[in-house]
Design a protein around this ligand. Structure first.
Ligand code: HMG
Ligand code: MG
Length: 305
């Protein structure tokens, strides 16, 4: 590629598939444990380097994922895929360790009101809740990711200052997390914000420890990915079919669809190691379970007759 902006893009991207977690956590209808296991097995077959499979959160907060332990016990783990799960506190970490997890993710946010709704504490309180989680992880050699939600805007507070995002990132790094995922929880971000926030964060955080987690609520997710790629980001979260949202973020629609992300990345000549056709098959399976067509634009094009 001759264009200066395109020639500097990463050659390889890690796609973190969050559909079984971020997607299913928001699903109103019952998805059986067996169907979750089949979905994850199909995703494993597609070759994802990382699959966020479930959440060890309070079953009262997210009833859909109450079967986290059974799901982890039932899936066929593919060598080459790392399986992760959300963990909000020590109790969740005990369950995750008992289920054999080698990677977990703690999650907080850049706006107090969202954090209060999501995990019933303050930002500082969430960091204290994560302290034993990270200590237990260190002891067991488990990798820890830290999510920072509402990094581009909050459903309750509106605009969020980039400095507020940086502060929370630094708190998580001080705690000892290995990677940060910066969440546009309600899909309000635009590429200029991505450039501004990434420039600020990379002044303090190594590029290879930063992931971007876009929701496509207002159709800006792929434009944001391109902006982030141009800033050197090489880890992106997405959800097969574009499933999902956050139960504690009114109006949040699905994540960026994995099919759409892969089409963009592969078209740009960027390697992911993920088989797009196999992702469409996983999406087709879940569409049958849900009785609904996925939001993914690529899926609609690929399955049109
Ligand atoms: P709480 O009510 O303040 O906590 O909830 P608590 O410690 O008082 O516990 C209440 C009850 O839950 C107790 O049971 C605990 O034992 C139980 P009871 O005595 O009433 O029978 N409990 C647990 N059970 C199983 N596993 C656990 C656990 N912890 C407590 N780990 C808490 C606080 C954080 C637990 C709760 O609010 C919670 O689980 N929240 C999770 C919410 C959630 O999963 N949100 C969606 C994920 S975040 C997201 O989607 C954003 C992201 O995608 C990035 C982005 O897009 O921005 C990551
Ligand atoms: Mg999310």
């Amino acid at each position: 590629m001759s264009n200066a902006l395109l020639s500097s893009l990463p050659q390889r991207v890690t796609v973190v598939e969050v559909g079984p977690r971020d997607g299913l956590q928001n699903e109103a209808g019952v998805v059986t444990t067996a169907d979750k296991i089949r979905f994850i097995d199909l995703l494993s077959a597609a070759g994802f380097p990382v699959i966020e499979a479930t959440s060890f959160v309070s079953p009262k907060a997210v009833p859909q994922l109450a079967d986290a332990s059974e799901v982890m016990a039932g899936i066929t783990k593919r060598p080459g895929t790392r399986y992760s799960a959300l963990v909000p506190n020590a109790k969740g970490m005990e369950r995750a360790l008992a289920a054999g997890l080698r990677e977990v993710a703690v999650f907080t946010g850049a706006s107090e009101t969202f954090v209060q709704h999501n995990i019933n504490t303050t930002i500082a309180g969430s960091i204290e809740n994560f302290r034993p989680v990270v200590e237990m992880a260190r002891g067991a050699g488990v990798r820890v990711r830290g999510y920072v939600s509402t990094a581009f805007g909050c459903p309750y507070e509106g605009a969020v200052a980039p400095d507020a995002v940086l502060r929370v990132c630094e708190m998580l790094l001080d705690l000892g997390v290995d990677e940060l995922s910066i969440g546009d929880t309600i899909g309000v971000g635009t590429p200029n914000q991505v450039v501004e926030l990434t420039a600020l964060l990379t002044s303090r955080v190594p590029l290879d420890r930063l992931a971007m987690h876009f929701h496509d609520t207002r159709g800006t997710a792929l434009a944001n990915v391109l902006a982030a790629l141009q800033m050197g980001i090489s880890i992106f979260d997405s959800s097969t079919g574009g499933l999902g949202g956050c139960p504690y973020a009114p109006g949040a629609s699905g994540n960026l669809a994995t099919e759409d992300l892969l089409y963009l990345l592969h078209g740009l000549g960027i390697e992911t190691g993920v088989n797009l056709d196999a992702v469409v098959e996983a999406s087709r399976f879940l569409a049958g379970v849900r009785g609904k067509a996925p939001a993914s634009r690529y899926y609609a094009a690929a399955t049109a007759v």
